[in-house]
Design a protein. Structure first.
Length: 278
């Protein structure tokens, strides 16, 4: 075991460290542990723990049905899944770098077949901190040519955290740009070329960052429009305009925007006003 610099989960990269791998049972009671190098990979550590589990189960005569291995997303690698095989049941989070992750989330949103789980919380909820509401959708994930049970979980608290993060980032970007614009507006330029050069300074990293946030926010609104229209169609059993004058229960936001504009452009004016409906 070597005490070296590594990924610090305590956010202290300036300090050297060592790691302790542990296998815990119910109520986080450790049954064995071992030290590891301070820069050891969680993926490698998981592989070693999985080898120890098989030995532990054999020594204590534990059947595979009576043991579930729970680990974070670092456990999900091809080598670890091969080591698990069919002998060990496990629960983990599918890493975002797997294409199956985005596919499953997209399918869950599109199919709208959630199973309501209700409120789940370890602490007593209050008015200021209400308990999060969860719902789930079950499917199958194909990882390295093998099928696994996959469950997509939706949390109302996650939606709120994401919204607050976007608002903070937009506010920060807006403040930064406002200061730059205010500074440049007070400058005097001898010619148009100098003014254009100064304006171009805003088009660098800060502007690109803000543009990315605007695109992200636009996509969020775009998807919310699509989500609400599909929910409306499903709840009211009413189809909506699709391509080539066809009706659909699963419209896309782009499809709806084009349809509305076509209706807007083609419908005759009445009393100087342009009116359109679905």
């Amino acid at each position: 075991m070597n005490i070296v610099h590594g990924h610090s989960k305590d956010h202290r990269p300036d300090l050297k460290q060592f790691l302790v791998k542990m296998l815990c049972v119910d109520r986080t009671i450790p049954v064995f542990g071992q030290t590891e190098d301070g820069n050891a990979s969680d993926k490698v550590i998981n592989n070693k723990v999985l080898s120890s589990i098989s030995k532990y189960m054999a020594e204590n005569r534990i059947k595979k049905e009576g043991f579930i291995y729970i680990a974070d997303s670092a456990m999900v690698t091809q080598k670890n899944l091969e080591k698990i095989g069919d002998e060990i049941q496990f629960i983990s989070r599918l890493p975002a770098n797997y294409k199956e992750c985005s596919r499953l989330i997209k399918s869950a949103i599109e199919k709208e077949e959630w199973v309501e789980l209700g409120k789940l919380s370890d602490t007593m909820e209050t008015t200021k901190r209400p308990a999060a509401v969860y719902k789930a959708w079950e499917s199958t994930a194909v990882l390295h040519n093998k099928n696994y049970r996959a469950v997509v979980i939706h949390s109302s608290a996650h939606d709120k955290r994401r919204q607050k993060r976007i608002e903070r980032e937009l506010k920060k970007a807006h403040t930064g740009l406002s200061k730059k614009i205010k500074k440049i507006s007070k400058q005097e330029f001898f010619c148009q070329a100098d003014a254009l050069k100064a304006a171009a300074e805003i088009k660098k990293a800060e502007r690109i960052e803000v543009l990315g946030l605007v695109l992200l926010l636009s996509l969020l609104i775009w998807r919310l429009i699509e989500y609400n229209m599909r929910r409306y169609a499903k709840d009211n059993k009413k189809d909506l305009p699709g391509w080539v004058k066809r009706r659909t229960y699963k419209p896309t936001a782009f499809m709806l925007s084009i349809s509305r504009w076509l209706i807007y452009l083609n419908k005759p004016r009445r009393s100087g006003k342009q009116e359109f409906t679905f």
